[in-house]
Design a protein around this ligand. Structure first.
Ligand SMILES: C[S@@+](CC[C@H](N)C(=O)[O-])C[C@H]1O[C@@H](n2cnc3c(N)ncnc32)[C@H](O)[C@@H]1O
Ligand code: SF4
Length: 506
């Protein structure tokens, strides 16, 4: 059954296209039967909802008995721009499609373990962190020695000079990036190499004084503050720092005023992780944004908000994996909370149009479905058994202040228990990222995974793992991506990784 109204509305147009395609290709007339046109629609519908479906699953789902039929239908879908649009833009899988497409083109290289410069690099330049968020996988007693800062800056300079247009960089953590006194110089160095830089921070150090000392901040493309509550109490519950709310709010206002003077193009937003403890805070975010915007008296306020699920790097995992923590969140998102969340997101949409109509909201992967009033259990996640033997260095790596290269992003916390096996080498003045990755791939020593190692992956790593696994399964089923229904997975056009959380165009 097709319940995607947009696909239903295009049915006549698709039927015309489908019949003409069969005539033009002089395909077997058997395909003119309604049954096949129905399969054609169902494949489009299924991929618009579940982009990570395998060919074998589709084959069984449609009850086909001949793989050639599926290959024919895929060819017809691949050749239709309407079908391609419907798959990638009309359904609840849209966010996944946005992320997946540029990386899907690299699955073959990844499956072959061929070297390719990573498409995405997450840089973790933070020295330490002053917060103790319950869902964060950092080792709360660790910080880097400041004696390495000069060396690290030189290593990063070299890295930036080697990054090409097709690679996206982001600055995050690891720990808290603004604790690096050279953060401004690091941003400017990337910018001078024509790299667009988004940064994510907890915002605690983003004071007016810091901004005076750090003019490089204005070279950012976007700055996102991770919002850990909506008032003093809720903020302290997550961060364990008494004045965290007041300081972050004050910093946000002064940052925005200066942004409107120094670089109007710099986009500013908040990131909010939805956990059972805070589903009631969604409307409070809008009140907070409104109040901040009212205090910014010289132009634009908050541009965007990203809402995210907890990818369970800590919550839901065995306690034995944790170092000493200040506290541990006790609950995990479940069906009951998710149903409440659907209602809350409905209210949120209505209030948004009243309180902050200009605010762009990005619901991330799975919340996108909920906000459209469709139940979606959780993020796409894999277990340690499905993790890739060699990660996917062709697609993504993370690099910390030591220059250590991590295959997964949640592994990139200094001395996080169990993370050593995810370090594939160290970049420095003699050793480039290319050297490190080539050596790792040449060694052919697979990573040895253990129970709950998936906690070292964030949601993006989970999606990439699922994508490479999908490509592998399709290959084994003899219908590889190039014979599948999606043109964008194989088209060799310019790759736009869209490091933006502030527009639909990513
Ligand atoms: C690890 S932090 C590092 C940067 C900085 N300290 C901060 O908090 O923004 C990077 C981002 O990951 C988010 N994050 C941490 N743990 C998470 C989890 N379990 N699920 C989803 N996002 C998480 C943080 O909220 C933040 O937005
Ligand atoms: S999420 Fe960011 S602010 Fe919170 S503890 Fe982790 S590194 Fe620190």
């Amino acid at each position: 059954m097709i319940n995607n109204k947009i696909i239903e509305n295009c049915k006549d147009e698709l039927k015309n296209y489908y019949n003409n395609y069969i005539k033009e290709k002089k395909s077997n007339n058997i395909y003119l039967e309604d049954k096949y046109f129905n399969y054609f629609l169902q494949i489009i519908d299924r991929f618009s909802k579940q982009p990570l479906s395998t060919q074998e699953e589709i084959f069984n789902f449609l009850g086909l008995s001949n793989k050639n039929d599926l290959v024919f239908l895929n060819d017809a879908i691949r050749a239709s721009s309407i079908a391609q649009n419907l798959i990638t833009k009309s359904g609840i899988g849209k966010k996944y499609w946005n992320t997946i497409m540029p990386f899907a083109k690299t699955t073959e290289q990844t499956l072959e373990n061929n070297y390719q410069f990573p498409q995405r690099i997450a840089l973790f330049p933070g020295v330490s962190c002053m917060f103790y968020c319950g869902f964060c996988g950092r080792n709360q007693s660790e910080k880097y020695p400041t004696s390495i800062l000069n060396e690290s800056k030189l290593t990063f300079d070299k890295l930036f000079s080697q990054i090409r247009n097709s690679t996206a960089l982001s600055i995050s953590g690891g720990l808290e990036p603004l604790t690096n006194p050279k953060i401004g110089e690091i941003i400017s160095s990337a910018r001078n190499n024509d790299i667009r830089v988004p940064l994510i921070t907890n915002g605690y150090s983003l004071t007016e004084n810091f901004l005076k000392r750090t003019p490089g901040i204005w070279d950012l493309d976007s700055l996102r503050i991770s919002l850990y509550g909506i008032d003093k109490e809720s903020y302290k519950f997550i961060t364990r720092v008494e004045k965290s709310f007041d300081i972050v709010k004050k910093n946000t206002i002064s940052f925005l005023k200066l942004r409107n003077i120094n670089n109007k193009n710099l986009k500013f937003g908040f990131n909010f992780i939805v956990i059972p403890e805070n589903v009631n805070q969604l409307n409070g975010i809008l009140e907070l944004v409104k109040s901040i915007n009212e205090n910014v008296d010289n132009g634009r306020g908050v541009d965007f908000l990203t809402l995210r699920d907890d990818y369970q790097s800590v919550t839901g995992n065995d306690d034995k994996f944790d170092e000493e923590r200040k506290y541990k969140l006790s609950t995990k998102m479940d069906t009951k909370v998710r149903n409440i969340l659907i209602d809350k997101l409905g209210e949120f949409e209505i209030n948004k149009s009243k309180l902050c109509p200009e605010l762009y909201v990005d619901y991330g992967y799975s919340l996108e479905a909920l906000y459209k009033n469709i139940f979606d259990k959780q993020l796409i996640k894999v277990t340690h058994k499905e993790m890739r033997n060699f990660g996917f260095t062709q697609m993504s790596v993370a690099i910390d202040l030591y220059g250590d290269v991590f295959v997964y992003r949640e592994a990139g916390f200094l001395n996080r228990k169990g993370n050593k096996k995810f370090i594939i080498g160290r970049i420095n003045k003699n050793n480039s990222l290319e050297d490190v990755i080539k050596k790792f791939l040449k060694n052919k020593k697979p990573i040895n995974y253990e129970f709950q190692d998936e906690r070292f992956m964030d949601s993006f790593d989970h999606v990439l793992t699922s994508l490479v696994n999908q490509a592998e399964k399709d290959q084994k089923f003899d219908i590889p991506f190039k014979k599948g229904p999606i043109l964008g997975r194989i088209m060799s056009n310019e790759i736009n990784l869209g490091n933006n959380w502030y527009t639909e165009k990513n």
